[in-house]
Design a protein around this ligand. Structure first.
Ligand code: HEM
Length: 330
């Protein structure tokens, strides 16, 4: 049974998250990795161009998004967190999911990711449907390659460097044949946040696994079968991505810093809490025909609050987002 903490006591909620992370009978004994994945999938539906999706709403509790095969298995994470929300109904699911993700990263030895409250929940499927974009093309498909990654993350406003930094989360957790169809962990200790994923990706020999599942790559280490998805391999095949893989493999501090920025931005996508909410800024930039960076600075995007700067260079969607006069439905 989770503890009720005073309204607004987010440190108290963090302490409760740490308690539910201990799950001796689940996976590698920790709910941490699946909590991180929940925060990411709740946020990664954002579209800078269509002005919808993102971490507001916790729409993954409803209809289409819950049934999306890309989200298979995330009900475990939702269920792990449910007692905390029930004991503390003042916190929205959307705030709890994102806070649980950042606390799990921290608890597993990762960096402090900036987080602030203010997300709302969509009450039902029709409410969620109104705010969510086209689910089927929003989350990445592990069977594809570099251009797919640029399409998916570019749509959220991410640069090549940020794509690589975010992919470093695959140092956590594992694939499940009954969820994604892929199988196995990326590293030997999948409940410890580190730059191990980049080290292994760049130094080990990865060969296609011979099995009756989808194409994935394997390397046996310390008697354990480790894996890489085709999208992970694409980070070494593409010369720009590769440069960042090598940098992060050498420099864990740099990885932690860049990951914290990119993940902090991720959980802000689609948030419309007030004049500094990312969704608000995207609309304002479009309306005034200004680059997002400028509008976000005017609104205190850096300097204390979460930085919501967009990817800038290389993102084909930025120009479209600035030029678009479309009103958001958010
Ligand atoms: C780059 C594109 C990405 C692809 C194609 C991808 C794909 C996948 C797949 C197929 C799984 C296995 C799911 C399962 O079978 O349970 C997985 C797990 C996971 N992913 Fe990703 N992912 C991507 C990016 C990310 C990002 C950006 C994050 C977070 C920043 C992330 C965090 C995780 C975590 C923590 C797990 C382990 C979950 C668990 O142990 O239950 N992934 N991912």
């Amino acid at each position: 049974m989770a503890k009720a903490v005073p309204k607004g006591d987010y440190d108290g909620i963090r302490a409760e998250v740490r308690k539910v992370m201990k799950q001796p009978d689940y996976d590698d004994g920790s709910a941490g990795p699946v909590l991180v994945r929940l925060a990411w999938h709740a946020s990664g539906t954002f579209s800078l161009v269509e002005h919808n999706g993102g971490s507001n709403g916790a729409g993954l509790r409803h209809g289409k998004e819950a049934a999306d095969p890309a989200n298979a298995g995330l009900y475990h994470a939702i269920e792990f967190l449910m007692p905390i929300q029930q004991a503390n109904p003042w916190i929205t699911h959307a705030d709890l999911w994102t806070l649980a993700g950042v606390e799990a990263i921290k608890a597993m030895g990762g960096p402090d990711v900036p987080w602030q409250p203010g997300r709302m929940d969509y009450n039902d499927e029709s409410h969620a449907e109104e705010h969510r974009g086209n689910i089927s093309d929003r989350l990445p498909d592990g069977a594809l390659g570099a251009s797919h990654l640029r399409d998916v993350f570019g749509r959220m406003g991410y640069s090549d460097q940020e794509i690589v930094a975010l992919s470093g989360a695959h140092t956590l957790g594992r694939c499940h044949a009954d969820r994604s169809g892929f199988d196995g962990p990326w590293v030997v200790n999948p409940t410890r946040f580190s730059n191990q994923y980049f080290k292994l990706l760049s130094t080990r020999k990865w060969v296609p696994r011979k099995w009756d599942g989808p194409l994935q790559f394997e390397n046996i280490m310390a008697g354990e079968r480790l894996m890489m998805l085709p999208t992970d391999m694409a980070l070494m095949e593409d010369p720009v991505f590769k440069e960042w893989v090598l940098k992060y493999a050498k420099d864990q501090n740099l990885f932690f810093k860049d990951f914290a920025n990119a993940f902090g931005k991720l959980i802000e996508l689609g948030v419309d809490r007030d004049d500094s909410g990312f969704a608000h800024l995207v609309r304002q930039a479009a309306k005034e025909g200004k680059p997002l960076d400028e509008v976000s600075k005017e609104n205190g995007g850096s300097g204390g609050r979460v930085t919501v700067r967009s990817a800038g260079g290389g993102c084909p969607f930025m120009a479209a987002a600035s030029a678009s006069k479309r009103d958001s439905k958010l």
